[in-house]
Ligand binder design. Structure first.
Ligand code: NIG
Ligand code: FE
Length: 440
């Protein structure tokens, strides 16, 4: 499958973290298969005074510090190992930010001021702002400029504990500009030690030149963009913005069908602005359906039976000032698997901070700190269908860790708008916070 990971030569040196106050392994305790739901979402699998050994970019062993220090292999090879004393800090799986739009050139400051003055997201879009106003910049930019923008965002994310990022195109809206955006993602990913999962979002909005001919544009997405993105290995998923002012459920079914025929996974933005029935979309087994602000009771029941993850992006609600947040409690209590992501983008959620999203989840959606961490790690990995490699600290999984300068995990969402991440390990490579310098 297409996901861009660092080259094999990185992360070869063994790394041992000891004296971890709380090691949040997120290992499964219930024995149930599938993404975490209901009460299982808050099971963090905590080891106190823990240790983790990583070799060749993988987690090799996880346990108590005293046992690690007694290990015969470690005693023999101690000099070859980079040992880090965590001095009682918290270590958890690196965040899996499963929904971002990093390929854009400029912030949308006019939209920002208009909204402060009272216009809504949809009114701004109708007046020529919104997604379409980011298109010119992307169409006019060279691939390397876009790649630098993406790389900048990836570094910022890693400094806040994120080690895996889903990255969408979606501001090009021509075959060439969408492919250029995906190439920029690939280029940035090759220069970042973490893991990037690329998504084609050609069906973000109907571009101006197709106004009144939306079916022609859907055809272009299905017959040109998707086959080319699939053939070049530039995308793993196809996404659609299914909502009022963007694409209908019927359009979304067409795009999902084309994605499936071309061997790509599917996901969609749904129910952000209005309620839309998701039952027909579930037939395509989407990896995730995102936003969910206006999800209906009956759709919640349907989702509770599936492995489609409901990805909540409260940063968008915060930034758009809509006052209401997705019904996280209803979803979790009904047994729907829930993930959290930043939705990093210039229009509705310009934040790279997963800790801030966790804070919003706790204070605005009444998720517990433990639930928020489960949603941002193991369920994020399920939302990208990379749960075999990511989202928990277990032998055999990728060495993706976030180390926080606290001694209680609940402080991660508690201290909002401040970065307590000391450093992260991305595929075995150490990246310090407060600079993009790699230590390992
Ligand atoms: O997830 N809703 C659609 N897409 C983005 C917003 C994109 C933009 O405004 O530029 C979102 O909120
Ligand atoms: Fe989005």
């Amino acid at each position: 499958m297409t996901s861009f990971t660092k080259s094999k030569s990185q992360g070869e040196r063994a790394l041992l973290l000891v004296n971890i106050g709380q090691l949040l392994t997120l290992r499964a305790t219930s024995g149930k298969a599938g993404p975490r739901r209901g009460a299982d979402l808050k099971e963090l699998g905590i080891i106190e005074d823990g240790a983790v050994l990583c070799v060749g970019g993988k987690v090799v062993s996880v346990g108590k510090t005293k046992d690690a220090l007694r290990d015969p292999w470690l005693r023999k090879n101690r000099k070859k190992v980079i040992e880090i004393d965590c001095a009682g800090q918290v270590v958890l799986p690196g965040f899996v930010d499963s929904h971002t739009h990093p390929v854009f050139v400029n912030p949308r400051l006019v939209d920002f001021e208009k909204r402060i003055a009272g216009s809504s997201y949809e009114e701004i879009a109708a007046a020529g702002g919104g997604i379409r106003s980011s298109v010119e910049g992307v169409r006019g930019a060279g691939k390397s400029v876009l790649a630098e923008k993406v790389l900048g965002a990836l570094h910022e994310m890693a400094e806040q504990g994120t080690t895996t990022v889903e990255a969408k195109s979606g501001y090009g809206l021509t075959v060439e500009s969408e492919l250029k955006s995906l190439e920029a993602i690939r280029d940035a990913a090759s220069r970042w030690p973490g893991t990037v999962v690329p998504t084609l979002l050609g069906a973000h909005v109907v571009p101006k030149e197709f106004e009144g001919r939306s079916q022609k544009y859907v055809e272009t997405v299905c017959l040109e963009m998707i086959p080319r993105a699939a053939k070049s290995g530039l995308a793993r998923f196809v996404d659609v913005f299914c909502d009022r002012g963007a694409f209908s459920v019927e359009d979304t079914e067409k795009v999902f069908g084309a994605a499936r025929r071309n061997g790509l996974g599917v996901r969609a933005h749904v129910c952000q602005l209005t309620e839309c029935g998701v039952s027909s979309l579930l037939e395509f087994e989407p990896a995730s359906l995102d936003h969910m602000d206006h999800v209906s009771r009956s759709d919640i029941s349907l989702l509770a039976e599936r492995e489609t993850v409901a990805t909540l992006v409260p940063g968008a609600n915060y930034f758009l000032g809509v006052g209401k947040y997705p019904p996280a409690r209803d979803l979790i209590d009904a047994g729907v698997p829930v993930a959290l992501a930043t939705d990093y983008n210039p229009g509705s959620s310009p934040t790279s901070s997963m800790p801030f999203v966790l804070s919003l989840a706790c204070t605005q959606m009444r998720m517990s700190p433990a639930e928020a961490i489960g949603a941002a790690t193991i369920n994020g990995s399920w939302a990208l269908r990379i749960q075999e490699r990511k989202g928990s600290i277990e032998p055999g999984k990728d060495a993706d860790l976030a180390v926080f300068e606290t001694n209680d995990y609940r402080e991660i969402p508690y201290w909002f708008a401040s970065n307590r991440c000391a450093f992260a390990v991305l595929n075995g490579k150490l990246v310090a916070s407060g600079g993009s310098g790699e230590l390992g």
